[in-house]
Design a protein around this ligand. Sequence first.
Ligand SMILES: Cc1cc2nc3c(=O)[nH]c(=O)nc-3n(C[C@H](O)[C@H](O)[C@H](O)COP(=O)(O)O)c2cc1C
Ligand code: SF4
Length: 425
Amino acid sequence: MPKLEPCLLTGSILSDPLSIEEYIKAGGFAALKKATAMKSEDVISEISKAKLLGRGGAAYPAGKKWEHLSRIEETPKYIVCNADEGEPGTFKDRFIMEKMPFKLLEGIIVAGFVFKAKSGYIYVRGEYRKIQKQLVEAIKSIHKAGFLGSNILETGFDFDIHVISGAGAYVCGENSAVLNSTEGKVGRPRIKPPHLAEVGLFLKPTLVNNVESFANIPLIVTIGGDAYLEAGHPDSGGTKLVCLSGHCKNRGVFEIPLGNVSLRDIIFDSNLGGGMAKDKKLKFFHIGGQSGPIGSPEQLDTIYSYTDLRKAGLTVGSGAIVVMDESVPILEYLKEVTEFFIHESCGKCVPCREGNRQLLNYLQMLSTPGAAATGDLNTLRSLVRTMSDASFCGLGQTAATALNSAWKLFKSEFEANVRPEVGAQ
Ligand SMILES: Cc1cc2nc3c(=O)[nH]c(=O)nc-3n(C[C@H](O)[C@H](O)[C@H](O)COP(=O)(O)O)c2cc1C
Ligand code: SF4
């Protein structure tokens, strides 16, 4: 493993994550002080140079998003931090909020300053009750220390942060659904365009970024965009928090320098995943979240970067890597994934609401000897295409990604129980 320098976690994990004194002693709020002494466009320029790709899953360049919002004159502007983290196998935002809440909050305050916003919101998934309370505590401490409230650092900048609880729906993590839910409406995605930078929270210009994206902002401001870029891949600066779970020996959150280590390193290096538990063989890994593709052992030498993974038909996504050993039948695994999407589909559009149920029916037929015919496999594949083309939002569009990639890798398992067509020899 190459040395991680500079990075997000080093020096950021305090003995008491809620001690603002400790945070300030470790250099906390120096980035905010630096940013408030800079022109807003210069802060944005550093973020663009850093090539920070959004860490929430869609990998949209943060610099581009910030530049877009800065060109909009309408006020007020709102800052929204997406801390919904409903993706199974993803727990890195929880890690940041638990272990380094001040770093996240500092990143949000920098954004508030850049856009002259008055209010920021952190939309935290409903299940993270304890974290919501901790964030409220951390915000109170920042107020007392003078980095939130009126006339912050005597710059005339007034800003506050509010913690909003989600109710535990995966679709509420979609950026427009986050805004609807924050406004107290049903958490369903909106039609886009208009872009959220133009018509966002309360129909006003809004910045929505993920927890990990915001937590990287103080580091970028401190070291500069060029240094941040250098720590990662030429197409995407910095590091990525990867969540390892499943059948590897070491499970948890690991910081990976983008473009420097392979998937094999991540799963097998003794400082990272540590290899397969119980000395079983790796059968597949599910990468990027439930909506991401399934990867095979043949792809282990792929470098972990947005570009390399994309070229290999894989994805960084949310940072999740679920490792599965040889004991797991692929159809059983896919049934679990599909049940998740059936449960989480908001029901607004037919391709997703009905499509996911049909996927499960087909998977059940394919696991039952003689229940499915060859023609059913073709229907299943055309259903996958329809869902991806015709679903309203990212949930339905990507719900069958795992199935589609698994089909290419484990065709024999899909076909094992299929009865021959009548008349076939
Ligand atoms: C169904 C669905 C769920 C999502 N869940 C999350 C989530 O929990 N957290 C998150 O940051 N982004 C999530 N996203 C992505 C957001 O729509 C958006 O891209 C992200 O919040 C933008 O922040 P970023 O650019 O910093 O990544 C989800 C997208 C979809 C389609
Ligand atoms: S694809 Fe349609 S039904 Fe599925 S979550 Fe999105 S809007 Fe709701």
